[in-house]
Write a protein that binds this ligand. Structure first.
Ligand code: NI
Length: 393
């Protein structure tokens, strides 16, 4: 634990909170983070950190230590959601109607800037380079790939990210080895029957019945075909069929998502869903097209990186702060960075019933306990500092 980093973060806490509130008041959706990008750039200029603007939004900055060495990347996402803010009497409530920082990405950006400023204060001692990735468009899982395509991970030896987590209490941090977030694939299934008069089913193939049979039966793929010790979720979130109450539907469209931690499970799920859809269609004399699109990979924390993060948490905040949360089947595009370099993704608790900050992420009443911000900022900075110190070139 570097004492200078800790002191510097504490000294800048108020500024960090003010910055977070400014972003919260001015949320911008994925790929529209223009004001946010400009605000980050202004702060980086004030700190004297070299940066590069990414296309169309986002910033990658770099702080080169005075002692050579490896490169560690720290990532924060910046985008908001198309959610109506429902918080009550919040002085920094969103002023962009229907847009809201309902996932805490405003806090991530503020924490990473605060970490950058603390690392500037120890630049002379830095045994390598710290890359700061201010990523757009996480909510539509496009930003990470775009940053990587534009070179954000070029030459990076290790990568670290944080998500504020309302489902964990403030003053706790979870950075387990292994799975943290699941892979998130998208499935579209289009059944085609033969439409006709609602009173004459014998002359038709009812796509509504075919689709219903599929929905009811397909859960057996998870319960009967998948290894019970390897989690898998198959959710049909949208179903559309037919046009009118007395017309038999010719078409039915289903949209769903598959979640898992293991690449083998994804492959098996895809094969089983295709087979099941074709068999159900054939049973009823319908046809089907299945479109299975691979989305984000699972976020799997690498052993050494997560152990490093755990040591950093214990030495910076004490053993009691270290919390072992279970993985979630939600998705996170941080996984793309982990395809490029080993690393770790930590969850920093921000749930506090007294401050009403336990609402689920993406809910209109979501808010962050701002006491969590110093934890996140210090964890970013201490992780980078410690990684470079322990892994000299
Ligand atoms: Ni998020």
């Amino acid at each position: 634990m570097n004492g200078k980093i800790k002191a510097e973060i504490k000294r800048n806490e108020e500024m960090m909170v003010a910055f977070r509130r400014d972003l919260h008041r001015n949320p911008e959706l994925s790929w529209q983070e223009i004001r946010t990008t400009n605000r980050v750039v202004t702060e980086l200029e004030r700190m004297g950190i070299a940066y590069r603007r990414m296309e169309p939004t986002g910033v990658v900055a770099e702080l080169v230590g005075n002692r050579g060495g490896k490169t560690v990347a720290l990532r924060a996402d910046m985008d908001a959601l198309p959610v109506m803010e429902l918080t009550e009497a919040l002085s920094y409530q969103s002023r962009n109607d229907g847009k809201m920082h309902a996932c805490g990405h405003d806090a991530h950006t503020a924490m990473l800037l605060c970490a950058a400023e603390a690392l500037v204060a120890v630049q002379d001692e830095l045994a390598g380079t710290v890359r700061f990735i201010f990523q757009p468009a996480e909510e539509i899982t496009e930003g990470a790939e775009a940053m990587i395509q534009q070179g954000a991970m070029h030459g990076v030896d290790n990568v670290f990210g944080i998500h504020i987590w309302s489902q964990l209490p403030t003053h706790t941090i979870s950075c387990n080895t292994g799975p943290v977030f699941a892979s998130a694939d998208v499935v579209e299934i289009r059944f085609t029957g033969r439409g006709g008069h609602g009173a004459m089913p014998n002359a038709c193939v009812d796509a509504t019945v075919v689709a219903s049979a599929f929905v009811m039966g397909a859960q057996a793929i998870v319960s009967r075909e998948m290894d019970p010790l390897e989690p898998a979720v198959f959710t049909i979130g949208r179903m559309e069929a037919g046009t009118r109450y007395n017309v038999i539907a010719e078409n039915a469209i289903l949209e769903g998502t598959v979640r898992s931690f293991h690449p083998g499970v994804r492959e098996k799920m895809e094969i089983a869903i295709r087979r099941y859809a074709e068999q159900v269609a054939a049973t009823y004399g319908a046809t089907v097209e299945v479109d299975y699109r691979y989305g984000t990979h699972a976020v799997i924390n690498e052993v050494q990186s997560s152990e490093l993060a755990q040591r950093v948490v214990a030495s910076s905040f004490g053993d009691a702060v270290l919390y072992s949360d279970r993985p979630t089947m939600a998705g996170e595009d941080f996984s793309y960075y982990l395809q490029e370099a080993p690393g770790c993704f930590a969850l920093v608790g921000s749930g506090n019933s007294e401050k009403d900050t336990e609402w689920a992420h993406h809910h209109g009443r979501f808010n962050v306990d701002e006491d969590a911000l110093v934890y996140g900022a210090e964890l970013y900075a201490q992780y980078a500092y410690t990684y470079l110190t322990e892994n000299p070139e």
